[in-house]
Design a binder for this molecule. Structure first.
Ligand code: BES
Ligand code: MN
Ligand code: ZN
Length: 520
């Protein structure tokens, strides 16, 4: 296809030489499970033994000498059976592992779920941070058997805790030595646990890709760079990846996307990647990710405080690439199309101005009252483009509004979905992945806010309900599609001392996509 340009021929104005190496998978490649009885834990050969304990008398589930150590620590007040508590013991007598950590998953209930298990694992790992352990073994002291959800949670937690950003900070301490993780199960039937570990590995690799892309500064992670990453993924996993440039986007009539991109010297890209795991007639799941590699606000310029964080404004796009990687690794029998409109939002002599009216690919005209509401302007044309795939469902993912952060904070992503069945699937996926989202309203009444005297719609409404009116704007472009929208402005990255991308919502999206197989 003439629109499909080779990655090597694309030029970038970032002033940074083209990166040859693709973003690697995790260093922790060896993740497995073993059957191990409680009285064999002390003899387990590993560098660090992490015991997640639960219930009122967790020592009863253990054998000497570990039971005795735990009992004495509890009696001496050095450890408590409260979520968040952990105890490190170095080289205890009679235990083969040099390092032992007890981590409490809460008292009372003997059956904490995967969420409590993950929290305890993270607390336990914090005790081992900067240590020399290469092989970590994790055992579970609860009454219930470990299942797939525990296994998946363990893998994603270990990756989360050991991730280090080094790409533009080579002086950062090298990632820990941890290379092998063993999950010790009591039960003989470990099939589900094995599947959970595999899914966890795939999701962790997807999250790593999303995190690494999003953390890279905007002079490195340009639209061209994102297109290269997509091409590399395509090569690695045998997926077809098309990259459209400005000319092709003009031909398609994406006046709204073009308006956002016109203020920047950095060339725009429109990325379309296909994972084909089912027959050509099977309607695909389509994911659309907002890929603003830097959002200054344009002529409606943002205040300078914390503007650096707008390099994360391609977090939606990064999560779509991450999900593609996870799905391609797991090879489910379904079709997936990933669409990423990507550009910078810059002020300048050529930039779009407040009051300008543009014609979207759908034919609807838009009065751009605020150039900082650019995400919806690039997404609307991508959603119209998605129609050609006759999707079973379309989900867009975007760091769309500050209002969503005000509404939900940093724990839940905002879910907007007119279809109750799809909304339930999204919520189920978010619970299964421990990657929470919360459903928000989409009532007709909110549509009023987008009225314009000069176009079919304005791109902003009043401040109140800003996350909802943004979703209402996108809804006008999805009349022909079963559609859900995730506003990840509060969840795609952290600010402050822990500033950095989270890799969310790759877990949610991967579970959602996998769930669509069972669905048919
Ligand atoms: N990328 C921002 C949304 C954002 C802001 C995410 C802060 C995370 C933190 C988006 O493009 C934007 O600027 N939205 C505006 C919309 C407004 C002009 C209607 C906002 O939220 O202020
Ligand atoms: Mn903006
Ligand atoms: Zn933005």
């Amino acid at each position: 296809e003439s629109n499909n340009i080779a990655a090597s021929k694309l030029e970038s104005f970032s002033g940074v030489p083209e990166q040859q190496a693709s973003i690697k998978g995790s260093a922790i490649m060896d993740v497995r499970h073993h059957v191990c009885a409680p009285d064999a834990l002390a003899a387990m050969s590993c560098d660090a033994l992490l015991l997640v304990v639960a219930g009122d008398r967790p020592d009863k589930a253990l054998a000497a000498p570990l039971a005795a150590i735990l009992k004495a620590a509890l009696a001496g007040g050095d450890f408590e059976l409260k979520a968040g508590k952990a105890l490190y013991v170095h080289a205890p007598q009679g235990v083969k592992a040099q390092r032992v950590v007890f981590a409490a998953a809460g008292a009372g209930s003997a059956t904490p779920g995967a969420k409590a298990f993950r929290s305890a694992v993270l607390k336990g790992l914090a005790q081992l941070k900067d240590g020399g352990a290469k092989h970590l073994a994790v055992a579970w002291g609860g009454d219930v058997e470990l299942d797939a959800a525990h296994a998946e949670a363990l893998v994603t937690a270990v990756h989360d805790a050991t991730y280090v950003y080094r790409y533009t900070k080579p002086s950062a301490p090298a990632a820990g030595k941890l290379a092998k993780v063993s999950l010790l199960c009591r039960q003989a039937d470990t099939k589900a646990v094995g599947q959970g570990l595999k899914r966890g590995q795939a999701i962790a690799n997807g999250m790593l890709l999303a995190r690494e892309c999003a953390n890279r500064p905007a002079n490195h992670c340009t639209p061209t760079y994102l297109a290269e990453q997509a091409k590399k993924l395509g090569k690695e996993y045998g997926c077809k990846v098309d990259v459209l440039d400005r000319k092709a986007v003009e031909k398609l009539g994406m006046g709204s996307f073009l308006a956002v991109a016109q203020g920047s010297h950095e060339p725009l890209r429109f990325i379309v990647a296909h994972y084909n795991g089912a027959g050509a007639k099977v309607a695909p799941v389509v994911l659309v990710g907002k890929g603003i590699t830097f959002d200054t606000g344009g002529i409606s310029i943002k205040p300078s405080a914390e503007m650096d964080e707008m390099k994360f404004d391609m977090g939606g796009a990064a999560s779509v690439l991450g999900t593609l990687r996870a799905v391609a690794e797991l090879k489910p029998k379904l079709n997936l199309v990933c669409i990423i409109p990507t550009c910078e939002n810059m002020p300048g002599g050529a930039a779009v101005k407040p009051g300008d009216v543009v014609t979207s690919m759908s034919g609807q005209t838009i009065e751009i009252l605020n150039t900082d509401a650019e995400g919806r302007l690039i997404l609307c044309d991508a959603l119209t483009y998605a129609e050609r795939f006759k999707p079973a469902v379309v989900v867009d993912i975007a760091t769309l509004t500050g209002a969503c952060v005000v509404a939900l904070g940093h724990h839940h992503s905002g879910l907007f979905c007119a279809d109750d069945a799809v909304a339930e699937q999204m919520l189920d996926a978010s619970r299964a992945a421990l990657d929470p989202c919360w459903r928000m309203p989409l009532d007709e009444e909110y549509d009023e806010a987008l009225k314009s005297n000069f176009a079919d719609m304005a791109n902003v409404g009043p401040r109140a309900g800003g996350a909802i009116t943004a979703a209402m704007f996108l809804k006008r472009f999805t009349a022909k599609l079963p559609w859900a929208h995730l506003d990840v402005a509060g969840t795609a990255w952290r600010s402050g001392a822990q500033k950095g991308a989270t890799g969310r919502p790759v877990g949610l999206l991967t579970h959602f996509v996998l769930g669509r197989v069972a669905d048919r």
